[in-house]
Design a protein around this ligand. Sequence first.
Ligand code: NDP
Length: 333
Amino acid sequence: MNFFKPLETKPEGSVAPLAEGVAEKVKCLIIGSGPAGYTAAIYAARANLKPVLYEGLQPGGQLTTTTEVENFPGYPQGVTGPVMMEDLKKQAGRFGADIRWGLATDVDFSGGVHKVTIDDKHVIEAEAVIIATGATARYLGLESEQKYMGSGVSACATCDGFFYRGKDVAVVGGGDTAAEEALYLAGLCKKVYLIVRKPFLRASKVMQERVMNAPNVEVLFEHNTKELRGDGVVEEAVLVKRKGEADEKEVVIKIDGFFLAIGHTPNSAPFKKFIDTYDDGYIKTIPGTSKTNIAGVFAAGDVQDKVYRQAVTAAGSGCMAAIDAERYLSEKH
Ligand code: NDP
């Protein structure tokens, strides 16, 4: 299976040709096309906000790189990530959302009307903007990691762990996410190796204790992954213990799954000039809402959520953003 398959439908919208220097005016602009962006588009379109949605670099978002999605309500038999995103896209298109290819490269949120530049050239003036640009999982950067993507390599244990029931897997990372994922997988798998590059875990004390006490989790401190090997699917990982030290040695572990948990990077860079973010880049929203520090600019999905990071929570926050935008616009007019 190729999990990088692009979504099948062509974009419903097309950019109207405008004279140079003339901005396109829209009521509601949605940036990003994961579950948050498409759900925002469904709600905004049904509220007659005539949303324009730009899909970004990875149409469909992170879910297009995952395997079966079995935990999104409404799909009793499960669904593949790409199909689910295609369904969401069609649903948004059905209500008239104008879905386009393109990347938000710059913004100017200094005035009452919010300016967003697409692909460095097309300027949109939007009354309301919903940022749903998601987050990108960090990878180690190994060639073999790319080779086995979707065939043993995953960056989401909650999404893909189920497929490794009774098998041996490894998780890379020493933070809270890695600890959580290792414990989640420990409940499903025969054995879980936790590959930690330092001689200690960075995770919170309570998570460290849980990991150290889990009978089927083996923590491999001071190990770095060199390579993944296998015939079409991951079968083993080659690790280096105490890299660069006199006693450095190679260690091979037999595994079926290799889970990355070395952090995510929220895709908030183009907005940071105007939008308040935490130190790690996640957009700050007023608790219980999707409102940012700029009136009329809302954020939904993983770009503002480092805790839950699920398709269903992203979709829920996309709905919140569309409702917040609708209320903002009706109060304005
Ligand atoms: P973190 O940045 O906290 O941890 C990343 C881990 O990955 C670190 O152990 C780091 O190692 C390791 N790492 C980074 N790059 C590499 C690499 N190239 N090779 C090997 N290891 C690498 O990210 P998390 O996603 O774990 O957490 C992000 C934030 O979210 C944290 O503040 C965390 O506390 C929070 N969180 C909270 C949860 C909760 O409250 N339930 C659940 C999950 C996350 P090193 O230590 O050596 O830098």
